[in-house]
Design a protein around this ligand. Structure first.
Ligand code: FAD
Length: 423
């Protein structure tokens, strides 16, 4: 009997899941991909109106070069430059979708509202309830579920005492689209991770005075003169002025939170799954993928600080190996123990619980491990090598690292094909 799989989300992760399910017709029926919007692409589907799923902004260029960003079996157009405008990524995903004939399996405008456990003691199945554009609800049974609903759409807004005293505009980067409306204003950006820094640089170009407020060590690379740094924001005073952690006071017309996003799975019941779904962490999940008691419900792409598309590809192949039985899992108790050991090790290293899903360096060993366990070709070492080089360049040249173009020479080597940015 072919297994029936529900895929929740038609972004990069969901398309990747669908592509691999379709490639195994002797094990799986064609998937049902539920997509709440009218398009594929998720994050990459730019929408000028705010309040939608996507957090994409008009002038965003990728922060990874196309040479490492692609799914391992589907390269970007080699004639493109390395760092792409978001439209090119959307076109790439459209091509991926078309090449693998995924579209007929996507139900657009069909949000999943509920996923519930079904079935008897012998076999778990899942009841997936969705509603179509006319509001018609439908519940169907699946053998497994791939949760590919993304986690960059529900803003994280930290508590700032006195925030209601602020007299100007307050927004989150989720609602930022382009710089022009901020021209001539002063903007306090909270957070200096990827989007905080990128948006500061965009705003500086249109003559915005930017204060980049963050709790990290002072950034030492060159920033444009319009961008000042400040410590973390402590509070907003009664008169609407801003008080920073070093006691200094400032003013701004706009306060923009570039403070990241929180996990949100309104269609899941964490208690039923034995999973704690918090704002910054979802646990316990074996290999960051599934609850130990339910190796048929997979979260794809939950981890942060990863090379997303290759990572999704590894996770999907591993998950399908689990479903097909070619990946042999330890006992439930062993999986739970492994997760606890990992968390304990992280705690000993001083990693806060809220950062348990931040992978960074660990991502490579993790992907390799998935590949070994499920017997698929591991990512070529050049992916890591170039990813790390780009991170290095980003730290030194946040303003112009995207001008470099790269080329992969072999499975281990890359080269620059245009002059490297001067040190
Ligand atoms: P998403 O792209 O968010 O897709 C999830 C899909 O699920 C959406 O289509 C959504 O509509 C759908 N959905 C959600 N809930 C439901 C539901 N209940 N029912 C049905 N459908 C649902 N990555 C890179 O590799 N390079 C970059 O340069 C890069 N830049 C980024 C810049 C920004 C501003 C952001 C926010 C992210 C960036 N990323 C980048 C990371 C990016 O999120 C991933 O590359 C990837 O697109 C995530 O794919 P996903 O499928 O997990 O999630």
């Amino acid at each position: 009997m072919l297994q029936r799989v529900a895929v929740i989300g038609g972004g990069a992760a969901g398309l990747c899941a669908a592509r691999h399910i379709l490639s195994r017709p002797s094990s799986f029926a064609p998937p049902v991909v539920f997509e709440l919007s009218k398009s594929i692409g998720g994050t990459w589907c730019y929408d000028e109106s705010v309040g939608t799923h996507s957090s994409m902004y008009r002038d965003l260029r990728t922060n990874l070069p196309k040479e490492v960003m692609n799914f391992p079996d589907f390269p970007f157009d080699p004639d493109l430059s390395s760092f792409l405008p978001h439209q090119e990524v959307q076109s790439y995903l459209e091509r991926y979708c078309q090449s693998h004939d995924i579209r007929p399996h996507i139900r657009f405008n069909t949000p999943v509202e509920k996923v519930r456990l079904e079935g008897g003691a012998k076999k778990t199945t899942w009841q997936v309830t969705s509603s179509d554009s006319s509001g018609h609800q439908r519940s169907e049974t699946f053998d497994s579920v791939f949760v590919c609903s993304g986690h960059y759409s529900k803003p994280h807004i930290p508590q700032i005492p006195g925030i209601s005293n602020f007299k100007g505009q307050v927004l989150h980067s989720h609602s930022y689209r382009f710089a022009e409306p901020f021209s001539g204003l002063s903007v306090l950006i909270l957070g200096a991770q990827a989007s905080g820094l990128d948006i500061s640089l965009e705003l500086a170009k249109v003559g915005t005075q930017v204060t980049l407020s963050h709790a990290r060590p002072r950034l030492t690379f060159p920033l444009p003169p319009q961008v000042q740094q400040a410590p973390g924001l402590e509070a907003v005073n009664q008169d609407g002025s801003l008080r920073f952690q070093d006691g200094s006071v400032g003013v701004a017309d706009v306060l923009m939170f570039c403070t990241g996003y929180v996990f949100s799975y309104p269609f899941l019941d964490g208690t039923e799954l034995g999973v704690d779904i918090q704002e910054h962490v979802v646990t316990p999940l074996y290999r960051f993928l599934f609850p130990p008691s339910f190796p048929s419900l997979f979260f794809i792409g939950l981890c942060k600080m990863i090379c997303p598309f290759p990572h999704f590809d590894c996770q999907v192949r591993y998950a399908l190996g689990v479903l097909e039985g070619s990946v042999l899992l330890p006992s439930q108790a062993q999986m739970a123990a492994e997760i606890s050991q990992y968390q304990q090790k992280k705690a000993e290293l001083g990693v806060e619980r809220r950062h348990l899903l931040v992978m960074n360096q660990d991502q490579w060993e993790y992907c390799l491990d998935l590949a070994r366990s499920a017997c698929f070709p591991p990512l070529p070492p050049v992916v890591r090598a170039l990813y790390e080089e780009v991170w290095r360049q980003r730290r030194i040249h946040p303003q112009n690292y995207r001008q470099i173009n790269y080329r992969l020479v072999s499975a281990t080597q890359w080269e620059v094909v245009e002059p490297r940015v001067e040190k």
